[in-house]
Design a protein around this ligand. Structure first.
Ligand SMILES: *Cc1c(COP(=O)(O)O)cnc(C)c1O
Length: 428
């Protein structure tokens, strides 16, 4: 076992990881990266086929992003957004305002997706208080939803052993998720029946990512958005996973033809460089918060690092690069290619029960008798970093992935499935 694994296992507590078996699972301890490859302390190379948990959009060590960061370092790293501002943040908000699928957007920053979800929940509840409808304080969320791990986000979520924290979670109205045909009709009737007590419906538009890469029909999402509008219930779109080109359009809401009242951004916002998230409020929501200084209408919420200047500078440059490099065209072309490779070489395997892909957000579902954990470990041995999600092997490569690299990912996965199947490894 490498010295670094031992030192890591002695002191680091990894999220969503059983530490008793961590060191035995041959973890990759990254030393540096080049493009889309991670390099460990022994010089081993791994194609980052999960974009470092879905955040790395353009690859690692992008010279233009590195330069944006060092330029900003020459000015200032961080200043507070509470009561004061920063040029880097103003510029970012102006640039984002031109592209987000929301009317007259206003940006409230945090550091993680989960915190931005919390902000959206609090905004929704206070919005109704601001207009004198205090009883509208409940939320509706879908089965297989994932919105993060803080208490509010966990209350909306479904699964992931969240039952440990049931005493902390607040109740939500739960409707079927994208895996059930008819989910939209069911959700609409629940919205209509509970409109008087609902503050908002929270969805991951188009794809429920962590819930197993479940893909919705865009028309169904639009139907739900119209139903929310018709019943005076706010719609919160959590685009932490789907935002910034992941599904083939800059935002999935746009693909569905909807404009939410609140939008949540995270993950790809800084191209995977720095932790930054944002809650975007429409003018309709934002304006109800106007009032007297120190008065009741103020939004009493803020994070120490919200609107970090380094993150803002990288995020602005990242947004420019998405356009300059025509990244969405690459997502479309590579998505088609990946789809073809998967239907030809992965979907027919007897170990595979389903293959799902939307843009470059995909998942291969394996039969319950095969261990996805073991399959991912075999892929890592073949130089492709994958991490399982229940019975699904997520395929979430950087948006700048090449045809050769896709071939490498699919080959490694194919060989990994064969290796585990031959060894007779069973699901744990
Ligand atoms: C990852 C994710 C989150 C949580 O973001 P963190 O930065 O991990 O807190 C929230 N919503 C969705 C849809 C996500 O995929």
């Amino acid at each position: 076992m490498s010295d670094w694994i031992e030192r890591d296992a002695t002191r680091v507590w990894h999220g969503f990881t059983q530490m008793a078996t961590f060191a035995l699972s041959e973890p990759v301890i990254v030393d540096r990266a080049e493009g889309r490859e991670l390099i460990d302390s022994e010089g081993g190379r791994y194609l980052d086929a999960i974009s470092s948990l879905w955040v790395t959009t353009l690859g690692h060590r992008v010279p233009d992003l590195d330069a944006a960061l060092t330029d900003q370092l020459g000015k200032v790293a961080h200043t507070t957004l509470l009561g004061n501002g920063n040029r880097a943040v103003v510029e970012l908000c102006e640039a984002l305002a031109r592209v987000v699928p929301i009317k007259d957007p206003h940006f409230l920053f945090a550091s993680d997706g989960a915190s931005a979800v919390e902000q959206a929940l609090k905004c929704a509840v206070q919005y109704w208080r601001n207009i004198g409808l205090d009883q509208k304080s409940g939320f509706l969320a879908l089965r297989d939803a994932y919105h993060g791990d803080t208490i509010g986000a966990l209350s909306l979520g479904d699964g992931f052993h969240s039952e440990h924290f049931d005493q902390l979670r607040f109740p939500v109205i739960r409707s079927s998720g994208y895996a059930s045909p008819g989910w939209a009709e069911e959700t609409c009737s629940l919205v209509a029946a509970n409109a008087e007590r609902l503050a908002a419906v929270v969805i991951e538009p188009l794809v429920q990512a962590a819930g197993g890469m479940r893909i919705a029909n865009p028309e169904d999402v639009r139907m739900l958005a119209e139903c929310c509008r018709g019943n005076e219930v706010l719609l919160i779109c959590d685009e932490v996973a789907t935002g910034f080109g992941r599904t083939g359009s800059l935002f999935a809401s746009r693909r569905c033809g909807i404009q939410p009242d609140l939008l949540v951004l995270g993950k790809g916002l800084t191209g995977g460089y720095l932790p930054m998230s944002a809650t975007v409020a429409s003018g309709r929501v934002f304006l109800t918060f106007m009032g007297e200084d120190l008065g009741d209408r103020t939004f009493y919420h803020g994070h120490s690092y919200g609107g970090n200047a380094l993150a803002a500078a990288v995020a602005s440059r990242h947004l420019e690069l998405l356009a300059e490099w025509n990244v969405l065209a690459n997502v479309e072309a590579r998505s088609e290619e990946l789809g073809r490779l998967l239907s030809k070489r992965i979907a027919p395997l007897r170990e595979v029960t389903d293959v799902r892909l939307c843009g470059l957000l995909g998942g291969v579902e394996l039969a319950s008798w095969i261990s996805t954990r073991a399959v991912c470990a075999e892929a890592v041995r073949r130089g492709v970093l994958l991490r399982s999600l229940g019975q699904v092997v997520p395929l979430v490569p950087p948006l700048t992935i090449t045809s050769d690299e896709l071939e490498r990912i699919v080959s490694a996965l194919e060989q990994a499935i064969a290796a585990v199947s031959e060894n007779g490894a069973h699901a744990q």
